[in-house]
Design a binder for this molecule. Structure first.
Ligand SMILES: *Cc1c(COP(=O)(O)O)cnc(C)c1O
Length: 387
């Protein structure tokens, strides 16, 4: 691993944690479909005892992910929620958590509907407002959970400033880096303690696997995370680990195309007569464009826009596309389109939703790697059909 620390991320994506198989020379990491391991004598194992605790395919994936994030330790889970759950396992009854008021819906759900009953408490604030974050922090605050860019309005949070704030309160700062990926943003470099991922999205990249991961530089945190990974058991199958490894090899080339397509689509939509407003950190009109330019290497493949029309006209737009698939989730090579007010954010009461800036006509897009002209033509056709 020493040499690979100097290598660039494009090279590490392909090689980190993935040496050819020592016995056969097989280039690709074998899928170790296996639950238990022969021991040389009682307690004398060769690094593996039981596959919930450790599996060689998973080890390769964990090393690869740690390298991508520039961290010393990686741990893989059976879903992004499995990794988020593990961060909450690090807390104790009575602890307090501060997070964003536009945090991922599943994160909001596990915080309020699972962990409040175990005497953890949560405050949801606008994390772009550092005074609001400071006001919410208390002596019992043990975790500041940050997402950036956020969903679906693509707000950008200042990881360095928030990690400093967490430090002042001796709280952990964890960053959900699912939207940006380590190709565009490495939270550990900005002082975060833990990076969390849904591997289901860009890292897997092909809409064919569900997974999660945590990366940290701290040996002590990694030991605790490893304990809960094994004790709770939300571990990924060797086949799922193989699929994610297959995905991470092309992360840099895919992200380049995702970013190029999203940038071009965002500026095209900004000038479109049927569009009121576009939310994309790469646009100069984005309120945190400068922060995004400093913190990120490029602006990502996610964007949202407001259709200049009713809820039902926006529904028609997302139903009429043919290249964009109407679906939740994100981060695959294919473009997806959805209407937060009717889909991902429908559980939020309308008044609250509108107050939070989620207009009825808001449309969220996961821009894929197709030809951007086909994406534009598809949206134009959908606008024509809806109006
Ligand atoms: C999808 C997602 C998750 C949850 O991950 P799963 O793999 O679906 O469990 C967490 N955070 C963000 C930002 C996500 O997009």
């Amino acid at each position: 691993m020493d040499d690979s620390d100097d290598q660039r991320i494009e090279t590490r994506a392909i090689h980190a944690g993935q040496d050819p198989d020592a016995e056969t020379g097989a280039l690709m990491t074998p899928i170790h479909a296996n639950s238990t391991y022969q021991q040389d004598g009682p307690g004398e194992h060769r690094g593996y005892e039981y596959s919930r605790t450790g599996n060689p395919t998973r080890t390769d994936l964990e090393s690869n992910l740690a390298s991508l994030e520039g961290g010393a330790h990686g741990r893989a889970f059976s879903s992004g929620m499995g990794s988020i759950n593990t961060v909450l396992n690090l807390l104790e009854a009575g602890d307090h958590v501060v997070t964003g008021d536009d945090v991922y819906g599943g994160t909001h759900r596990i915080f309020t509907q699972v962990y409040e009953q175990y005497d953890l408490s949560f405050d949801f604030v606008d994390t772009t407002d550092h005074d609001a974050v400071a006001d919410a922090m208390r002596e019992e605050t043990a975790l500041l959970w940050v997402e950036t860019p956020t969903n679906p309005l693509m707000r950008v949070n200042d990881i360095g400033a928030l990690a400093d704030l967490a430090d002042e309160y001796d709280a952990l700062c964890a960053v959900d880096n699912t939207f940006a990926t380590p190709y565009l943003q490495r939270p550990l470099e900005h002082g975060a303690d833990i990076v969390s991922h849904s591997l289901t999205k860009y890292l897997g990249g092909h809409s064919d696997v569900v997974g999660g991961a945590l990366v940290t530089d701290s040996e002590e945190l990694d030991e605790q995370i490893g304990f809960y990974q094994n004790a709770v058991g939300a571990t990924p199958s060797p086949f799922d680990c193989f699929l994610v490894l297959r995905g991470t090899k092309t992360l840099p080339v895919r992200m380049d195309r995702h970013c190029d397509n999203a940038r071009e689509l965002a500026s095209w939509l900004e000038g479109h007569e049927r569009v009121d407003r576009v939310y994309y950190p790469g646009l100069e009109s984005h309120p945190q464009h400068e922060l995004a330019a400093e913190q990120m290497d490029d602006f990502g493949g996610m964007l949202s826009f407001e259709v200049d029309g009713s809820l039902s006209q926006a529904s028609d737009v997302v139903s009429e596309t043919e290249v964009f698939t109407l679906a939740e989730s994100l981060g695959g090579v294919e473009s997806l389109i959805e209407q937060p007010a009717a889909m991902t954010h429908a559980a939020i009461p309308r008044e609250e939703r509108v107050a939070a800036g989620l207009a009825d006509g808001l449309v969220r897009v996961s821009v894929g790697v197709e030809h951007v002209d086909d994406l534009k033509a598809d949206l134009d056709r959908a606008f024509d059909a809806a109006f």
